[in-house]
Ligand binder design. Sequence first.
Ligand code: HEM
Ligand SMILES: *[C@@H]1O[C@H](CO)[C@@H](O)[C@H](O)[C@H]1NC(C)=O
Ligand SMILES: *[C@@H]1O[C@H](CO)[C@@H](O)[C@H](O)[C@H]1NC(C)=O
Ligand SMILES: *[C@@H]1O[C@H](CO)[C@@H](O)[C@H](O)[C@H]1NC(C)=O
Ligand SMILES: *[C@@H]1O[C@H](CO)[C@@H](O)[C@H](O)[C@H]1NC(C)=O
Ligand SMILES: *[C@@H]1O[C@H](CO)[C@@H](O)[C@H](O)[C@H]1NC(C)=O
Ligand SMILES: *[C@@H]1O[C@H](CO)[C@@H](O)[C@H](O)[C@H]1NC(C)=O
Length: 494
Amino acid sequence: MIIWLQIIIIAIILHYVISEKLRQWRMEGNLQGPTTIPFLGNSLLFFGCEAHDIGHRIMQLQNITKYGRVWRIWIGSHLGVFVADPKSLEIILKSNEVLNKSAVYNAVADFADGIVTSSGEKWRGLRKIVNTIFHNQNIENQVNIINNSSMVLCRLLEEKCDGRIFKIDNFIHECLLDITCKIIASSKTDMQLKENLTFTDDVRLGIHLSSDRCLKVWLHPDFIYEHTTAGKLKNAIVKKILGFSLELIKERRESLKGVKNSITVDGQHEAKPKIFLDHMFDYGREKNLTDLEISKFITDVILAGYDTSSCAISYMLLMLAMYQDIQEQVYEEIYDITGDSNRPVELKDINRMACLDRVIMEVLRHCSVPHVARRVDSPLQLQDKLIPKRSTLYLMLYRLHRDPEYWSHPDSFYPDHFLPENIERRPKYTFLPFVSGPRGCPGQKLSSILMKIIVSTILRQYKVTTTVRPSEVKLSMTMMLEVSGGSQIQLTRR
Ligand code: HEM
Ligand SMILES: *[C@@H]1O[C@H](CO)[C@@H](O)[C@H](O)[C@H]1NC(C)=O
Ligand SMILES: *[C@@H]1O[C@H](CO)[C@@H](O)[C@H](O)[C@H]1NC(C)=O
Ligand SMILES: *[C@@H]1O[C@H](CO)[C@@H](O)[C@H](O)[C@H]1NC(C)=O
Ligand SMILES: *[C@@H]1O[C@H](CO)[C@@H](O)[C@H](O)[C@H]1NC(C)=O
Ligand SMILES: *[C@@H]1O[C@H](CO)[C@@H](O)[C@H](O)[C@H]1NC(C)=O
Ligand SMILES: *[C@@H]1O[C@H](CO)[C@@H](O)[C@H](O)[C@H]1NC(C)=O
């Protein structure tokens, strides 16, 4: 008995010593972070956390005076390195060595598995296809699509224009979903008018269930998960989400058939320019993919396209409602451009909206993607720190964008942060809502056009107000940041 006890104690001590050695060996870079315990590392710090608490928990742990702007957490034997330092971010984003995405994105792989989540050659191939969306010759048509959808949005909002407070988020989600589907798939369906559209809610639930499973290790084996209530619900949701994308694929295939058969008056085939989905079909033929596999690729792009911009627009409307003086400035600026005419905002107007530009940037400072996770595949030197391979780098955009060192009003809504003289004063790589470099967001320019057209279309018709006070706004943090409980606003006709 005693002997067994001794053996167990010695084994535990040995394991402790060896694992600590291993840890030190792998952490050559003297990264600081919370004290670890054997086996578990820092896991206990997250004990009892729900998926949506994790981000906030990490923010609480982050203590710049103690650990610096590059610090670490051990989850068991896995090392996570958090980076919120402009110099280090510059090194990472310029190096082209850290382009692969972390395995955390695999959580959503059963419905969104494409460019955002992939790595290596697969990513490179998909990126080429996605870049076709942003060719210059497509902009004119995209502006048209955005104009049409934002007009429909304003018509639908009329119903809500009775002074009562309501949540505008789903209206915006569906408008952005409509625009995204029209841009990438030439969808003829008007998503905003579609009865019982549940796609945006399904996606929310799908992401929630996925991140919840991620945390609960005992749910990882498929044969267990499939028998739980959550597992069954998740399967049903995944089916619905992919069903939506499969419908887009079907619709496009049908309409391409139509084009092949329709011969114009002078006997020529109509030469329609290829859209993103057509390129995706080519890729699918080349790689022998099923429509189901293609549907996961396009769901990924749809999510990247609509969710980010619609969360930002909802947040912007809430901010403009709370800060009436800023709303007035934005409105005046739009009025100066379009005057009393009914004409919609056009491409040539976009660059004249300096005030709205500042508002958009301030919104993105607060409310965009909280962090991006990249996989370190070969050791990376970050100034005086060496990041070992097989660790995960978290680019902490949320923290970076609220660092009092760089922002005079880190936690308030203060568009003057983006006055030219203030931009001038900040170091580079302090504002990265779209990240940057070859893996950065390709939709940056498009999203600026989107936000300007939609917000100006709404503001020209409606005055936005709210009873919510700035101190009451809480952001929830999962893959995106959004206002907990939604953007509660009131509309009145101008
Ligand atoms: C406010 C709007 C938007 C924000 C804040 C935003 C932000 C981001 C961020 C942070 C990433 C991850 C970059 C990285 O891993 O380094 C990303 C990726 C991406 N975004 Fe956006 N985005 C926005 C709008 C759009 C739009 C309108 C599209 C159009 C379809 C789009 C398409 C994509 C795609 C395809 C990727 C994956 C790029 C890759 O992995 O190579 N985004 N975006
Ligand atoms: C951060 O660490 C410093 C030094 O250890 C400590 O004095 C300070 O209270 C900590 N701040 C927070 C917010 O925990
Ligand atoms: C990214 O991952 C792929 C495998 O998926 C690997 O071949 C490649 O070397 C990695 N790229 C970098 C820059 O480490
Ligand atoms: C926009 O709407 C107009 C009129 O409703 C229509 O003629 C035009 O084809 C639409 N454009 C696009 C790109 O959907
Ligand atoms: C904008 O959309 C409206 C409604 O769909 C349409 O009547 C109008 O012609 C469009 N204007 C431009 C410039 O595309
Ligand atoms: C939409 O939902 C309502 C109530 O849930 C139902 O009565 C209606 O048939 C549905 N419409 C469609 C087109 O599915
Ligand atoms: C494509 O897939 C089918 C069915 O799985 C298979 O029979 C065929 O050989 C594959 N073709 C290529 C080029 O891989």
